[in-house]
Design a protein around this ligand. Structure first.
Ligand code: ZN
Length: 291
């Protein structure tokens, strides 16, 4: 009996020693945020209106607005786009120090990705809503819907704007219109430009999609449905001759075609109507599933 206890104890010690010295397998790789290749296909600056240029990629919008005192960037696309954006800035004749302001639509990795790098390399000030500022500061982690799946380099917002607030740079006034839904901090930015010398009201309107979102009884965002509804109405009423969106396809743009004169521009009303139709479909589906 005593011998058996001894041999049991001995084999336990030996097993422990064996597991302690065996080489464990390597830890898993980090899961990268992979996207469609066209989202990462750089394009040369594309003139949208007289002082507004698309300088991002084929499928991600990053708008450069040239003012009398430096330039303004609306969104930057994915984190790896910083070098490309600075190269396009240079193609337009601007040095990194000429970038004064960066305006954010919403704090997801495919639109706010390069803000941290650009801030370091240009000294530009980042402008966002308070809701977005919180998410930007934690690099998109603990996202309401995506958790830690789509993170990006964290960045501090320099100026927090309120709904309806105007941000001016070099004589151009950008108005922030809150449109919560896709994220709680989502903003549409409007400003005035000209096209072939004629005045146009520019509208860079945030996403209205709800990709994989839980809409019913979402404990993290109880008012999500009401917020979307109000934002559809906000977008319909925007001053909007030229509509652009973070994902160009949602507003009928095909930057790769490089035909801005012949571009079939969508109205803000049509954009909101289409988004609301999709939203209603998704909501009905969710209701069916949870019944
Ligand atoms: Zn998004």
């Amino acid at each position: 009996m005593r011998l058996r206890t001894f041999t049991c104890a001995l084999s336990a010690v030996l097993l422990h020693a064996a597991t302690a010295f065996a080489t464990p397998p390597p830890l898993p790789q980090l899961e990268a945020y992979t996207v469609d290749a066209r989202w990462l296909q750089p394009i040369q600056p594309l003139r949208i209106s007289d002082h507004t240029w698309q300088i991002g990629t084929e499928e991600l919008t990053a708008l450069l607005v040239e003012t009398q005192d430096g330039v303004v960037l609306l969104d930057g696309g994915m984190p790896q786009m910083a070098d490309h954006l600075l190269a396009n800035l240079q193609r337009r004749g601007f040095a990194p120090k000429d970038l004064r302001l960066m305006l954010s639509s919403h704090a997801h990795a495919d639109h706010a990705g390069p803000f941290a790098a650009l801030k370091r390399r240009t000294g530009a000030r980042l402008v966002a809503s308070a809701e977005s500022a919180v998410l930007l500061a934690r690099g998109g982690s603990d996202d309401l819907h995506f958790g830690d799946d789509i993170t990006f380099p964290p960045v501090v917002t320099d100026r927090v704007v309120m709904d309806g607030e105007v941000v001016t740079q070099g004589g151009v006034a950008f108005t922030a219109h809150f449109m919560p839904g896709h994220t709680p901090g989502s903003i549409a930015w409007t400003w005035n430009d000209t096209r072939d010398g004629k005045p146009v009201r520019m509208a860079y309107v945030d996403s209205l999609s709800a990709p994989g979102y839980r809409l019913l009884a979402n404990p993290r965002y109880p008012n999500i449905i009401n917020d979307y509804r109000r934002s559809f109405a906000t977008v319909r009423a925007l001053p909007c001759d030229v509509l652009l969106t973070p994902h160009p396809g949602s507003s009928g743009w095909e930057y790769a075609a490089r035909d801005t004169a012949g571009a079939k521009m969508m109205s803000c009303k049509a954009y909101a109507d289409e988004a609301e139709r999709e939203f209603n479909k998704k909501l009905a589906e969710e209701r069916r599933k949870t019944r």
